[in-house]
Design a binder for this molecule. Structure first.
Ligand code: G4P
Length: 531
């Protein structure tokens, strides 16, 4: 198979949802269709179970699992599918945001009873900002839930999407009869038997055909006809170009647990979802078809074994082929590196591969060379864009609790930050270090890992910040900047790239600062300097 065919057959995507909407279940059913696993229950959920005895011990246990589920690859029909795992737990949202820089499209899972939930809103917003093509899967139709039209409204309003249903439920909950597949023009009858791979599907291109009454009963047939008429009136026709641009989102209904509506979703997905897409770098747009290799690190996973401090860096291949033992340029270090054992991922296992193509993810063993966002090329000096840090939501001073181990603490913090566990800010005034995280859980994780992997001890103290706002000194007028720096002295620091950060203590303080020092622009993600 030629290079362009290899690219054309790849579909690299992520599934996003609020915890418990059914992401793990759907992933598992997709893997079953791909023959990548033989039975349900084979994919261990890497979510943190509610009521776990100690959340962070649970995280440690899950860390082992999550290497295995980071990339789940399988073949389906003539396509090679890479599902990138995105943690649903909100304390790991930053991991998910970063993974979204490596996907070419996403599937959004929504619980039919709960509708659009908080985490979904945040993740969809990130996808919307990046024009990532999205398909919505409304799950748990076997349960009582919201009316389909109400849900579609909610999706449009809360997620700010333009939807078009490509399937429509017939009944719901105890009265759930099946689904009319608008895309394939057939009816899928619900049997409630999750062991079946293929449900009973009846080709049916005209719902006005009286046969429909016999199949689903008169009441449901009439309702379906009315509803489909409304669908045609209200929603735009599916348009692949609009979907690919992120302007239109098709919606499917189903029940992942019952393996219902999943094949339809997958069949449509492989037809419409994009193959690996071009990616913007700081110098130019890089196309997958280019002959020369380029890629970037979107995730780093520390080894579970503290005796070997090596890590696995996950690289998304953007262009060309990645070959084993060939030297590539690590742009930030300006140094050539060779990799003798790049890993490719399959469902639940990894293998050493000789060659990988755009859209693929390779795992490279790393002894501390990589940071999230690093670019590798075949010699060209450029950096891929769009791997920002978002403002943390929690801030604490970190103190050294064992003065004999200050080197270890420094090294541990440095490496954990490279992994993207949290963000470290150094205060300008006194050099004290502040750790910012998306979730409070991360503090326990950091403390635990510093002790077990680096032999260092730390303690925390509250730091009264609310949001990190990045500041670009060259934006500002000199005298205004000097005044800002003097007044806000206590709240200024630098991130690990040396960028100036204002650690604001409230929304009010952000507003006041913007009013008082209009030339001091505040940025809420760290990638402003790349734009
Ligand atoms: P997540 O990864 O998005 O967090 O969700 P997950 O797949 O773990 O699903 C959350 C719960 O919802 C699970 O039940 C799962 O069995 C259930 N579920 C998923 N899809 C459907 C569906 O189509 N219909 C119904 N009725 N339930 C569904 P649980 O009891 O929390 O966990 P488990 O003990 O079954 O693993």
């Amino acid at each position: 198979m030629g290079f362009t065919e290899e690219i054309a057959k790849r579909r690299t995507f992520g599934i996003i949802s609020h915890p418990d909407a059914g992401k793990t279940t759907l992933t598992e059913k997709l893997l079953l269709f791909g023959g990548a696993i033989q039975e349900a229950g084979a994919v261990k959920s890497n979510k943190i179970k509610k009521g776990a005895t100690s959340d962070f011990m649970e995280i440690e246990r899950q860390r082992g699992i999550s290497v295995a589920t980071s990339v789940l690859a399988f073949n389906y029909k003539d396509k090679k599918i890479n599902i990138l795992d995105t943690p649903g737990h909100k304390d790991f949202a930053e991991d998910t945001y970063r993974t979204l820089t490596a996907v070419d499209s996403v599937i959004v899972v929504i619980d039919v009873a709960k509708g659009v939930e908080e985490q979904t809103e945040k993740l969809v917003e990130v996808c919307r900002m990046r024009n990532i093509p999205m398909i919505v899967f409304i799950n748990k139709l076997d349960r009582e839930g919201k009316d389909a039209f109400d849900l579609l409204d909610e999706v449009e309003q809360k997620l700010k999407l333009t939807v078009t249903p490509l399937s429509f439920p017939i009944g719901m909950g105890y009265d759930f009869k099946g689904i009319y597949n608008i895309w394939e023009k057939n009816i899928n009858l619900f049997t409630g038997d999750s062991r079946k791979d293929i449900e009973e599907t009846i080709a049916f291109d005209d719902v006005n055909n009286p046969e429909l009454d016999k199949i689903v009963g008169q009441k449901h047939a009439e309702k379906l006809r009315e509803e489909l008429e409304l669908v045609t009136e209200i929603y735009p026709d599916f348009d692949r170009e609009a979907y690919l641009k992120g302007d239109l989102q098709p919606v499917f209904f189903g029940s992942a647990l019952n393996n219902f509506g999943v094949r339809e979703l997958l069949d449509c997905f492989i037809q419409i979802a994009p193959q690996p897409r071009p990616k913007e770098s700081d110098t130019r747009l890089v196309r997958p078809e280019e002959e020369k290799f380029s890629g970037f690190v979107f995730k780093i996973h520390a080894n579970m074994d503290p005796k070997h401090r090596d890590r696995l860096a996950f690289i998304k291949i953007v262009s060309g082929t990645f070959e084993r033992n060939k030297p590539y340029l690590h742009v930030r270090h300006n140094k050539n590196l060779k990799f003798s054992s790049p890993n490719a991922f399959f469902a639940e296992k990894k293998e050493i591969v000789d060659i990988s193509y755009p859209g693929d993810i390779v795992g490279l063993h790393d002894t501390g060379n990589f940071k999230i966002g690093d670019t590798l090329t075949e010699g060209e000096v450029m950096n891929f864009k769009g791997i920002p840090s978002f403002s943390p939501e929690h801030f604490r001073y970190v103190n050294n609790a064992d003065p004999m181990k200050s080197k270890q603490l420094e090294k541990g913090l440095d490496q954990l930050m490279d992994e993207g566990v949290a963000q470290l800010f150094t205060l300008e005034m006194n050099g004290r270090k502040v750790i910012g995280t998306v979730g409070a859980l991360q503090y326990e994780v950091i403390q635990y890992r510093l002790e077990h992997e680096y032999g260092a001890k730390c303690s925390y103290e509250n730091f009264p910040a609310y949001k990190a706002c990045w500041v670009k000194p060259e934006d500002t007028k000199n005298e205004e900047f000097a005044e800002f720096k003097r007044v806000k002295q206590k709240f200024l620091g630098h991130d690990k790239h040396g960028q100036l950060v204002f650690l604001a203590d409230s929304e009010f303080s952000i507003q006041m600062t913007q009013q008082k020092y209009p030339s001091v622009k505040l940025y809420f993600t760290s990638d402003f300097y790349q734009n």
